[in-house]
Design a binder for this molecule. Structure first.
Ligand SMILES: Nc1nc2c(ncn2[C@@H]2O[C@H](COP(=O)(O)OP(=O)(O)OP(=O)(O)O)[C@@H](O)[C@H]2O)c(=O)[nH]1
Length: 433
């Protein structure tokens, strides 16, 4: 026998199906009559109230919510039931049984009879309490992060592949002397000199090409052109698997670099005379010697020792001794060419290294230096006029010379000069003779 499609068993199934759907729709669904009594409530509403459906139907919200604290719910219902308004808004309700506040996004519509008159309302509410809390937490975290970034003693920024700033902290704004909103959206090359932006772009390119963190030293100039040394850490940010932005943290290390340079200079430059220290001079001289030998040219070293310096110190004191040393160096520097270097080898010993030298050149250099000393007179503390006097031992390199061997020969020649009465120079025979 063929069954009627709208027969009562089917209608029941239909209602059950509808009820099941409403129970699992993921929102609070309900209807109320004109008095505000529930005429339907899905499972979620019953669960929220902690009641069976039978204990919900026919009751008003007074039973389930603490309307003494918030009567927003009642006002909204009346607006729909009396005035036929449609409501879509946030509702805050206090659950009577627990005292807990829940926040809903609520949609309420009037239900009308065949005559068009309002007979009740239907409502769908989504609980957004957790989502709002998450949003609040996120906002709080953003605030905290922004506080960290703003108070970090570093330039923090986000740039895209073109070098456009997407974020800049206040520190960076101070460097550019521009408000943050003028930096964001601007290309880096429009804020910096071409040389600086080219330098910075090189590291950015390495981040995007390699797709990984890059660290290194960078030099930027502030608005006054002052150079600022930074230690930069740049990290790629990915979208759809492609590095499309980078976040950068650049710390100003100018003071450290200047200090490093100062100490490097201290190790390289003799504080009394301003000429090279022994270690740095040897380093330089060795590389000059190799270059000279590659060109099959020769290099000369002049080992200079101040004559009777102990007696000068003993007679006039250490401070005058220092002045004497400085005067010798000044006289020596007057006779040097730009390519020659001078260093302090010991207390009263100095070395001049002459690139591209031969016997004639060496003779000219040594004689010129001794002549310039002869012209220099220093007045001692007791008013006595002192002549500056040194002895010099010289040596010329050949293709097989090492700097050490050259120095040994110069030292031997210096001994000869001292033996010859001081105030003169001697040259060492070549290594092969
Ligand atoms: N004022 C001063 N004296 C120094 C310095 N460094 C080394 N001396 C002194 O230089 C003197 C070197 O003396 P010696 O090596 O004996 O040589 P000298 O007296 O010049 O004798 P000859 O070289 O044989 O002519 C020592 O008295 C050191 O104390 C310095 O920086 N300042």
């Amino acid at each position: 026998m063929r069954e009627d499609p709208l027969s009562p068993p089917d209608l029941g199934a239909e209602i059950n199906h509808l009820r099941f759907t409403l129970d699992h729709v993921g929102a609070y669904v309900f209807t109320k009559d004109l008095e505000g009594r529930y005429t339907f409530a899905n499972e979620m509403v019953c669960d929220l109230f902690g009641q069976h459906l039978d204990d919900v139907i026919g009751f008003t919200d007074e039973k389930f919510f603490d309307l003494t604290i918030s009567d927003e719910l009642r006002k909204n219902d009346l607006s729909v039931l009396k005035d036929g308004n449609h409501i879509e808004q946030v509702e805050r309700n206090i659950i009577a049984t627990t005292g807990e506040e829940r926040i809903f996004w609520t949609v309420k519509r009037p239900i009308c009879g065949a005559d068009g008159k309002v007979t009740g309302l239907c409502g769908i509410s989504t609980d957004i309490t957790e989502r709002l809390q998450l949003e609040r937490d996120l906002e709080e975290q953003k605030k905290q992060l922004s506080q960290v970034l703003e108070n970090m003693d570093a330039y923090v920024y986000i740039k895209d592949r073109e070098g456009r700033y997407l974020y800049a902290n206040e520190n960076l704004a101070r460097l550019y002397s521009k408000p943050v909103n003028e930096i964001v959206g601007t290309l880096e090359q429009d804020l910096l000199t071409p040389e600086t932006s080219e330098r910075l772009a090189a590291m950015d390119k390495a981040v995007f090409d390699g797709g990984c963190k890059v660290t290194g030293e960078e030099i930027v100039s502030d608005v006054n052109g002052k150079e600022i040394f930074c230690w930069s850490i740049k990290i790629p940010l990915f979208k759809d698997g492609k590095a499309d932005r980078l976040i950068g943290i650049s710390t100003d290390i100018t003071d450290i670099i200047l200090l490093k340079n100062k100490y490097q200079n201290l190790a390289r430059i003799d504080t009394l005379t301003g000429v090279l220290t022994r270690g740095f001079l040897i380093e330089q001289a060795e590389s000059i010697l190799l270059r000279t030998q590659r060109r099959e040219a020769r290099l000369a070293v002049l080992l200079i020792d101040i004559d009777h310096f102990k007696a000068i110190n003993d007679s006039y004191g250490h401070a005058f001794g220092d002045t004497y040393i400085i005067s010798i160096v000044n006289a020596c520097q007057k006779t040097l060419r730009e390519s020659d270097i001078i260093g302090r080898f010991g207390g009263d010993e100095f070395i001049i290294v002459i690139d591209e030298a031969d016997e004639d050149g060496l003779t000219i250099a040594a004689e010129r230096f001794l002549a310039s000393l002869r012209d220099s007179i220093l007045t001692a503390p007791d008013g006595k006029k002192l002549k500056l006097s040194v002895s010099i031992g010289a040596a010329l390199s050949d293709q097989s010379s090492t700097f050490e061997e050259l120095m040994a020969r110069a030292d031997h020649a210096l001994y000869q000069a001292k033996k010859a009465g001081r105030g003169c120079w001697r040259t060492a025979p070549s290594a092969n003779s």
